[in-house]
Design a protein around this ligand. Structure first.
Ligand SMILES: Nc1ncnc2c1ncn2[C@@H]1O[C@H](COP(=O)(O)OP(=O)(O)OP(=O)(O)O)[C@@H](O)[C@H]1O
Ligand SMILES: [Mg+2]
Length: 827
């Protein structure tokens, strides 16, 4: 046989056992075989054969079919049972067919008939060896295949689990749920006993879940210390197997001491940019339980888990941003809506629901024509058409009734909603309610108009006062100058009375112009109303019932009481006129606090708290046009002689000058309420103090008085009166002349000066500079109206003495005396 054709077993030892009871034959055959290169052992009986085979794994046995007392065939059966892979060749001297059949049935590989030639023997043996080795190789191949098969079954099962986990993970709606699922799946796939999952939150790892793990720390601070079980995996972003925690010097941290004999498999969880977002650690009690395959499946699961976390985070971000947007849209003070190309509502916000009294669910899918009355739907549809056709943004102001029936001005912005190619797919709209703004603007316009009118009126009244001062003063001088006949006396009296009513009229105009002299005092308005109730009854007459309502714990107001009385009377008279057939006049006092949200023109409510005095009648009321103009001076709807239109303007001016606010609420045939918001005590600006109207007895007529007045007639009047009273009088037309005179003329006792002077130096400044020259100088001011000049010049109230224009001789006499005596008493 050509050995070169069978290289696969040339290098291998060929072990043969020869079993024969014929010792000579046994010896010679063994030698022959050894010479042929076989490893040979001999046995002459069954016992020897067992003994030899215990130590010598023969691949082939040469068995004599007749073995002394025993049969070779029996031995064949026993050998096959014990060494099934050993091939047996039977040797027989009787090549009878029945024996051969028996041997082959007994699972002999072949047989040789004695005597046999060497070539037959070697050929039979080689065939037998080849067969044996082929059988063994086939068996090894089958076993390897089976093992591979088993592995594939396991991989298949693992993949099944992974697919199942993937589906499970994709249905998780919260991070917590996802962590629980992921941990369970990783523990199951890696056949671990338990584990933990941590997610990063700011600078901590937070325990999200644990399975069969006691005392896992609830939080770990980042960065992790080197000893931490997770630190390496987190740092390298690679899974780490720790086969025996006990032997790990570093990671055997205290928290895991009870798992000292466990193996750990630690997987880092990584985010979008490979940044560590958490960690999963599973543990097992067995020595080295985690196979490569288990690690691989763990890795796959972890990467699926990380993907699921990313998706969930992204979804949560989208949901949070949607929620934020929804909140902004719903809390917007504007109505926001979207419509599709056909004009059907796709979405409306809360404000829209409130304004139009219909839920979004009732609105979505409908069109403006389904929801609004025809005229309004027509406006909306036309706007929508313009927006879609022109592709432009439109801004329009529209008047729309709300669900409660009130008409509102809306500033509406409509814009096309475009698809990615820029084609319009619908309409967006944002509407802001500007009703309040418009009202406030109107109020402001009205207030500004009144203010301008007030300035004009005040200016005229001021000049008029100078004229009246001269007329009144001169009339009293004329009366003193000469003995008057009855007629002249009468004429002078009439002139005096007319000038007096002129002065009263001027007074009311000054009141409207907010330029009258006020003496605010802390006033309990309810008591004030009570005290005036008789007067009110007399004023409005018996047909009218007067009702008073007073709130609890009322604050005090700080107002000029005599002006308040005049105001109350004016309002009562107006109410009386509005109820010619009788009615009810309700006077109410309450505290009023300005709500923060109240939208009012800035100058309406400069303070937060007011005492509200409201006077309500159920008379004829005013049309909006009349109510609009009622405050203007000389506006009246009354017949000539029944009213000159100064009542409400006086009240308005007084309240405004006091730092308060006035409101008219009136409806035709329903009645009128006039609300006076009076400033609460303690918040008022300083005002000049009035001169006490007392006459002094101690008169030293030789005192020297410097009169400073730019109007020659008034200056002349003052000079004449004072000279007649026996004072030595000097005069100057402005501050500079006055100072020059004071510098030359020593010993002036009193500076009597107009507050308003030409040439840039006012009376107050003059007084200050004059006192610098002559510190003990007394000062008396005169003015046609109370100006803020004292406050502006930072002059203390107590330092100011003032006589109001127009003054009579008596007024001036008193004032001068008081001013001189004030100086005397101070020195
Ligand atoms: N309570 C009221 N009811 C109805 N209309 C009123 C009421 N109060 C005022 N008015 C209207 O406002 C106008 C102006 O009122 P105001 O008090 O300023 O002047 P008057 O009453 O006409 O004249 P005066 O008060 O100077 O005698 C009145 O003419 C009237 O048309
Ligand atoms: Mg009136």
């Amino acid at each position: 046989m050509d050995n070169g054709s069978k290289p696969f077993h040339l290098s291998q030892e060929r072990r043969v056992i020869v079993i024969d009871d014929d010792r000579d034959f046994l010896e010679s055959l063994s030698r022959l075989l050894e010479l042929e290169g076989y490893a040979v052992r001999k046995a002459s009986n069954k016992t020897d054969a067992w003994y030899v085979l215990d130590a010598f794994p023969a691949e082939v046995a040469l068995i004599d079919i007749r073995l002394g007392q025993g049969s070779g065939l029996t031995l064949l059966t026993e050998l096959r049972n014990r060494f099934p892979k050993m091939a047996c060749i039977m040797m027989t001297a009787y090549a009878s067919v029945p024996t051969v059949i028996e041997a082959l049935l007994g699972e002999a590989y072949d047989y040789l008939c004695k005597p046999f030639i060497k070539e037959d023997l070697v050929a039979t043996l080689d065939r037998c060896f080849e067969h044996t080795w082929l059988t063994r190789e086939r068996e090894q191949a089958i076993s390897a295949l089976e093992q591979r098969n088993e592995e594939l079954v396991q991989i298949n099962a693992g993949l099944h689990q992974v697919v199942g986990s993937m589906q499970e993970l994709s249905t998780c709606s919260t991070l917590q749920q996802l962590c629980t699922v992921l941990l369970n799946d990783v523990v199951r796939t890696s056949k671990a006993d338990g584990g933990t999952i941590y997610l990063r939150q700011d600078d901590q790892l937070i325990l999200k879940d644990s399975l069969n793990t006691d005392d896992a720390p609830a939080a770990l601070s980042l960065p992790l210390t080197e000893e931490n079980l997770f630190s390496k995996a987190m740092a390298t972003r690679l899974p780490e197997v720790i086969s025996d925690l006990q032997r790990q010097k570093g990671p055997a941290s205290k928290s895991w001491s009870q798992y000292a004999k466990h193996s750990f498999l630690v997987f880092p969880l990584v985010g979008d940019h490979e940044d560590p977002i958490g960690v999963i650690a599973v543990h097992s009690e067995q020595g080295s339980p985690f196979t490569l395959q288990e690690c691989e499946f763990g890795r796959i699961l972890i990467s699926l888990g990380c993907e699921a976390i990313r998706v969930l985070n992204a979804l949560e971000n989208v949901a949070a941003s949607e929620e934020r947007l929804r909140k902004i849209v719903d809390n917007s003070p504007s109505a926001i809506l979207l419509k599709d190309y056909e004009g059907r509502y796709l979405m409306v916000n809360k404000r829209f629901e409130e304004w139009h009294g219909r839920q979004a669910s009732d609105t979505v899918g409908k069109t403006s024509s389904d929801i609004f009355a025809k005229p309004i739907a027509r406006i909306y549809n036309a706007q929508d058409k313009d927006v879609l056709a022109g592709g432009k943004v439109i801004n329009e102001e529209v008047s729309i009734p709300f669900a409660d029936g009130t008409l509102h001005s809306l500033l509406m912005t409509k814009f096309p909603v475009l698809d990615t190619k820029g084609n319009p797919t619908g309409i967006g709209s944002i509407s802001t309610d500007i009703t309040d703004r418009r009202r406030v603007e109107e109020q402001l316009r009205q207030a500004q108009k009144l203010e301008a009118l007030g300035l004009l009126t005040g200016g005229i009244a001021h000049d008029f006062n100078n004229l009246l001062a001269v007329i009144l003063g001169n009339l009293s001088l004329v009366r003193e100058e000469r003995e008057c006949s009855g007629l002249i006396e009468e004429l002078i009296d009439d002139a005096h009375a007319s000038a007096r009513s002129g002065a009263e009229l001027t007074e009311r105009l000054l009141a409207f112009g907010r330029q009258q002299e006020l003496h605010p005092r802390v006033t309990d308005v309810s008591t004030f109303v009570r005290n005036n109730s008789r007067l009110l009854e007399r004023t409005v007459g018996g047909e009218i019932e007067i009702v008073t309502e007073f709130g609890k714990d009322l604050w005090n107001a700080e107002v000029d009481q005599s002006q308040l009385e005049t105001s109350l009377l004016n309002l009562a008279i107006n109410a009386g006129h509005a109820m010619p057939d009788g009615g009810r006049l309700t006077i109410k006092v309450s505290n009023f606090e300005v709500a923060r949200s109240q939208s009012q023109p800035k100058d309406s409510f400069a303070r937060n708290q007011y005492v509200l005095l409201s006077v309500r009648d159920n008379g004829i009321g005013m049309s909006p046009e009349v109510a609009d103009r009622a405050v203007q001076p000389f506006f009246t709807t009354k017949e000539a002689g029944h009213g000159n239109g100064l009542g409400l303007s006086m009240v308005y001016g007084f309240v405004k000058q006091s730092g308060g606010h006035m409101e008219i609420v009136s409806h035709v045939d329903k009645g009128t309420t006039i609300k006076l918001y009076l400033p609460t005590a303690g918040e008022l600006d300083r005002q000049p103090v009035a001169i006490p109207q007392t006459r002094s007895e101690s008169i030293n007529r030789n005192e020297r008085i410097l009169v400073v007045e730019d109007k020659p007639a008034v200056r002349k009047l003052a000079t004449t009166i004072l000279t007649r009273l026996g004072y030595r009088v000097f005069e100057a037309s402005d501050g500079f002349n006055a100072l020059r005179l004071l510098a030359n003329e020593q010993g002036v006792d009193l500076l009597f000066t107009d507050v308003v002077l030409p040439g840039g130096m006012c009376g107050v400044e003059l007084a200050q500079r004059a006192r610098a020259l002559q510190p003990d100088l007394n000062v008396l001011y005169t003015s046609g109206y109370a100006d803020q000049v004292f406050a502006r010049k930072d002059v203390a109230e107590d330092d100011v003495m003032l006589v109001k224009k127009p003054f009579t001789k008596e007024d001036l006499e008193c004032a001068v005396r008081a001013a001189l005596e004030e100086g005397t008493s101070q020195s």
